[in-house]
Write a protein that binds this ligand. Sequence first.
Ligand SMILES: CCCCC/C=C\C/C=C\C=C\CC(=O)SCCNC(=O)CCNC(=O)[C@H](O)C(C)(C)COP(=O)(O)OP(=O)(O)OC[C@H]1O[C@@H](n2cnc3c(N)ncnc32)[C@H](O)[C@@H]1OP(=O)(O)O
Length: 208
Amino acid sequence: MVLASAAPGIFSAGLDILEMYQSTPERCVAFWRALQDAWLNLYGSRLITMAAIEGHSPAGGCLLAMSCDYRVMAEGKFQIGLNETKLGIVAPFWFTDVMLNTIGHRETEKALQLGALYSAQQALSIGLVDKVVPLAEVMPTVEGELKNWLQIPAAARVITKTSMRKAVLDRLRSQKEKDAQFFADFINRDSVQKSLGMYIASLQKKKN
Ligand SMILES: CCCCC/C=C\C/C=C\C=C\CC(=O)SCCNC(=O)CCNC(=O)[C@H](O)C(C)(C)COP(=O)(O)OP(=O)(O)OC[C@H]1O[C@@H](n2cnc3c(N)ncnc32)[C@H](O)[C@@H]1OP(=O)(O)O
């Protein structure tokens, strides 16, 4: 399975910030449960999963990419990373766990505290992506890599993948409702709503 985007220049802009701003606790819980289920399915997928990152990939977009088995990113101006702290929010523990599994403890600690967004070359240097190529070559490179992965006996690959990811998946599975409730409480704090409001205004201002 290849994750790609139809939006030029954006692999994924992450979660819909407007869903987290001035929403109701009930809607926030439903929103979070949908995200949890999508991620559990992706990270726990038995399929070979590859990200064709042909544009920006902040926050939830970075989570999607990191949750794949292999990442190819376009060189150039695009950025990738978990930038949550810059919005005044905190990356949930399962976002952090996936990043730890991808780039290790030291790089994750720096990346998360700073809310760092990396260029493709920087991302390559810390192991956040596996390959950087010109934009037009992203999809052909993914397809070529997929052929390599498809040559591995499926049962052996799936057992290996499942055992490598089980602890992280089980950690969320065991506390889904608590995590959803925590998200709804956290996101509706006055201070967090204020930060999100300012961030949304800054995105709109950038456009004008
Ligand atoms: C211990 C406690 C832990 C508890 C856990 C609790 C909380 C954690 C909670 C949440 C975790 C969230 C993870 C996320 O994914 S948050 C989302 C982060 N995303 C971003 O910061 C991206 C913001 N967008 C951008 O930087 C740019 O838009 C981008 C670089 C992607 C593209 O730039 P471009 O110039 O091409 O396009 P724009 O003109 O900026 O955008 C077009 C249009 O789209 C709107 N928009 C962009 N991103 C989002 C988004 N994520 N959600 C909603 N809307 C978005 C943008 O405002 C423009 O709208 P409009 O002006 O055309 O109406």
